[in-house]
Structures are given as C-alpha cells and as structure tokens.
Design a protein around this ligand. Structure first.
Ligand code: 5AD
Ligand code: SF4
Length: 440
C-alpha cells in the first residue's frame, strides 16, 4: 500500500500554489493524498507569518502532532513556508519542538524530495532554509486543486518594505519570471483543460522580465492564448499601477473586470508611516481611472486598523475612504507587530481594546458596502464560470462571475467545472449571490 500525505496550508494564494507543487512532488514519489492528518505518514505544514495569531495556531498544531510522533517515530512532520524564514522560529523549533523532522523555506521548496528521501533513508532531521542559488525554479508538475483554473506565479518576493510587513524578509527580493516562460506555461495549462489563470505575485504590477517586458505586456501576450477564457491577477500595489495596465482593462477580452487593490489605510499620515508611497488622492485617482475604463469593474482591498500612532481621526479617514470607494469586499486586519519589521519598534502602539473596537466598526462599514454593491446585481443575467457543486447545498452549483462575485445557483441540467453559463440573480446577500441558470 502506498504511503499517504496530508498538507496543511496557511496564508496567501502563493502558499496555496506552493502546496500544489509540494503535492505534485509527493505524488511523483508515489505518496497518496489523504484528507485526514491522522491517516498520513507525512504531514507538511505550509506556514504563513503575516499575522501574529498565525504563529500561535502553528505552534498549537505542532504540539498536537507530538502525541502521534511519540507513538509512531516513523510519522514524518515537515514545516515549510514563511515561518522558517525567520531565524528565531527555526531556533524555537529546534529547542522546543524536537519532534519536527524536516524544515525548509520558501526558496528551497525544490529540495523537498531530496530532504524527504534523506530523512527516510538516514532517519536524520533535515533543515534547509537558504537557497544555494538565486535562480527561480518553478516546479513544472503541481497537483492543481481545480481542473479548470490554475495559479501561476509570475514574480517571487517583494522589494517594498511596508513597515508592518514581514514578507520582504521571508520571501526575499523580488524576481520576475520571463513573459516567454509564463506564456508557455499558460499555453500548456490550457492544453490540459484550464480556462482561467490567476497570476500571482506580492506586487504583480512591478513585473519586469530580463527582456524588458512589463506587466501590461504580459497581460496582452496572455490575451492571445487561444482557449484561455479568463485572466485574473493578484496582488496589485497602487504605487505601481500604470495607465498601460488600465488600458488592458479597457481593451482586453479576457482580463476579468475585478481588481484587488490593497489600500491599507485612508489616512495620508498613516500611509506615510506604512511606507506605501501613495496618498489617498493618488489612490482615488486610480480608482476613478479604472472605473472610467471599465465601468463594471469590482474592487476589493486589504485594510489594517490600529497601526502604531493611528488616531481616531486617522481611522475616520479609513472609514470615509471605504464609503467613498464603495468596495465590493475587503480583507480587514488588526495590526500585529512582526518581529524584525520597523513598525514593531514604533513606540506609539495602539491598545488592543481600541484596535478591536475600530476593527468592528470597519467590518460593519465594509459589509454595508458589500451588501449595497451586491444588490446592484438583482435580476441581472450574468455569465458564471462553474466551479462545481455548492459547498453548502450539493444540489446547487457554485461559480464566479467575471467580476469575481460568488454565485450559488440551481440548474435543471448537470454542469461541468469550467463551463460558463448564464444565471439570473434572484437574491443578493453580503458575501454571495443566489440565482438560477437560464437558457440564453
Ligand atoms: N498586521 C496586520 N496585517 C498585516 N498585513 C500584513 N502585515 C500585517 C501586520 N503586521 C496585511 C496587509 C496585507 C495583507 C496580506 O496582510 O493588509 O495586504
Ligand atoms: Fe508586504 Fe508591502 Fe510587499 Fe505587500 S507590498 S508583501 S504589504 S511589503
């Protein structure tokens, strides 16, 4: 019987894609996937370090695996992702979590099969965090989560050093793949049945390859890929969003009418201390240009409350920005100091109670906007790309509009993932739309 593996993924879509690559490597070694960590011979924890409670959950989970490891020394526990990129975390694993077998980093993923083999053959623990070379090695054989849509890395790392953020320290300096290589990968994905690609990077807007191609050139090149239906990307940094990219929204046929544009704060004072390199006026100008180029574009964002020094007035600026932009949705975060980042050393940290109070008020404002924006879809007929049966109701279907709205809908005929079908919206909610498939 084949050995089994289970991967636990925390954090962003880049981690999700790394997990797809890890699954591909394990299957190439004849391991089989299991949904249950208890049944697994190998467990991989692909970690995130963006926020503090991620550390707590992670160490809690490691603790849970200890019991099993004591009974079954052949059970292999692996830790990878952003956490082990921080030296103090590796130290803590070595000192307090000695039952962990393999630790590797975001830039040493390709080493995983060798590390696993070494561990199995020698019984020795394996630590491999630093890459020997700085070449980007994109694993070509990921086990993708969906047959019809694929995640595609276009840049790695980040050069921006927002003062709250750990990512530039854990994922390293920004590197772009080449347009040629990305296009080739997308063509072969489409050949395998993929209809939609999500281009990934911490700041896709600063994509620039060795031949001088920028992000807009990459989008235009992918527009030409026959059989590809939808192109999405994330994440965009407002400071690097070009007019040329806005033209892609105006002229493109496949670029989806949706953008994730993290603002972080509506206050110029806070934005400056965050080192974001734009102000509210510039951000609003981009929003207006995007809407002028593409009137039905939906916009989502990331917002942090309780950044050091944030006053009630600064926070009010964030609330008013949310209402001014009218976001379709927003990921809201309570600021948490990350060791090694400049903001963690700022002296004017905000009390927890104040942070939570602002967070609750922000969530309310965001939800009101989401509900209002979703209500605009009532009675409309929209094209939905089918993802599969709905999670909550297996007799219904679930999919996304081009504008990334989640739609749960009924259909009298069975559907296949990746199909695009017309759906009439019959009810609108805060986080999703309900509807029924119609015939055109
Ligand atoms: N505290 C709270 N939120 C953070 N983010 C990044 N670092 C922190 C932090 N230290 C949020 C930002 C970013 C998103 C991925 O996570 O909003 O855009
Ligand atoms: Fe972090 Fe800023 Fe880079 Fe985004 S752009 S990953 S928030 S440093």
């Amino acid at each position: 019987m084949n050995k089994k593996y289970h991967i636990i993924t925390y954090g962003c879509q880049m981690n999700e894609h790394d997990s797809e690559n890890l699954a591909g490597m394990l299957e190439a070694l004849d391991y089989e996937h299991t949904d249950s960590p208890e049944q697994a011979d190998v467990v991989v924890m692909n970690t995130c370090s963006v926020r503090e409670h991620a550390d707590k959950r992670f160490f809690g989970m490691l603790g849970q695996f200890k019991k099993r490891k004591m009974k079954d020394p052949e059970f292999i526990i692996c830790v990878c992702g952003c956490m082990p990129q921080q030296p103090h975390i590796v130290q803590e694993i070595k000192e307090s979590f000695h039952w962990v077998d393999i630790v590797f980093g975001t830039q040493t993923i390709a080493e995983f099969p060798n590390l696993l083999r070494e561990r199995v053959e020698t019984g020795k623990k394996q630590f491999c965090i630093l890459a020997n070379n700085t070449e980007i090695s994109e694993e070509k054989n990921p086990k993708r989560m969906h047959p019809h849509k694929a995640l595609v890395n276009i840049t790695y790392g980040c050069n921006n050093f927002c003062t709250y953020c750990i990512v530039p320290y854990t994922r390293g300096r920004e590197k772009s793949r080449t347009l040629r290589e990305v296009k080739q990968e997308v063509i072969s994905l489409v050949h395998d049945g993929v209809k939609e690609v999500m281009l990934l990077g911490q700041n896709v807007n600063s994509f620039k390859d060795a031949e001088g191609n920028n992000f807009a050139a990459l989008i235009r090149a992918l527009e030409e890929v026959e059989g590809l239906e939808r192109i999405r990307f994330m994440t965009s940094h407002p400071k690097d969003l070009s007019d040329e990219l806005i033209d892609c929204f105006r002229n493109g046929k496949k670029l989806c009418h949706n953008i994730h544009l993290p603002v972080q704060s509506g206050s110029d004072v806070v934005l400056k201390r965050m080192n974001r390199h734009y102000n509210r006026e510039r951000y609003m100008e981009i929003v207006k240009k995007l809407r002028a180029a593409c009137p039905d574009i939906t916009i989502s964002t990331d917002i942090i409350v309780g950044f050091p020094g944030e006053t009630e007035e600064n926070f009010q600026d964030t609330l008013s920005l949310v209402r001014e932009v009218e976001y379709d949705s927003a990921f809201t975060f309570i600021y948490s100091p990350r060791q090694g980042t400049p903001a963690a050393k700022f002296e004017d940290q905000i009390p927890e109670k104040v942070k939570h109070d602002r967070f609750d008020r922000l969530v309310e404002a965001v939800n009101q906007c989401s509900m209002k924006k979703n209500a605009e879809y009532m009675d409309r007929i929209v094209d939905v790309m089918v993802d599969g049966p709905s999670k909550n109701d297996p007799s219904a279907w679930s999919g996304r509009t081009d504008t990334f709205k989640l739609v749960n809908f009924t259909s009298e005929v069975p559907l296949t993932a990746g199909e695009i079908v017309p759906v009439r919206i019959t009810e609108t909610k805060t986080f999703s739309l309900d509807g029924e498939k119609v015939t055109k």
